[in-house]
Design a protein. Structure first.
Ligand SMILES: [Zn+2]
Length: 92
């Protein structure tokens, strides 16, 4: 069974969240307009690849409630088959 992996939807800037043992730090909160014209905020998280430890960042929509994490590895080690679009029309 697949575990649901989530981060908090409304972190503080500089906030730290753990997904299992992987650390994610909220390094930026910024406004964003989606392709269909909606204004949202995005959270940029900094983490390290679960395979090699290289840093990578992850964008999630800022909203109430948890958000799904669809990347836990750097660009080199991510599995394209597991690529999922972030809700809100932003490609991760
Ligand atoms: Zn890697």
């Amino acid at each position: 069974m697949r575990k649901l992996i989530t981060l908090p939807g409304r972190p503080e800037l500089g906030g730290i969240a753990f997904v299992q043992h992987q650390r994610f730090e909220c390094v930026e909160i910024r406004p964003h307009t989606t392709r269909d014209g909606r204004r949202i905020e995005l959270v940029r998280w900094l983490s390290h690849c679960t395979d090699c430890g290289a840093p990578f960042d992850l964008l999630t929509p800022r909203r109430a409630g948890p958000v799904r994490v669809d990347r836990r590895r750097c660009a080199e080690h991510r599995d394209p088959k597991r690529r999922v679009k972030v809700p809100g029309g932003v490609a991760a």
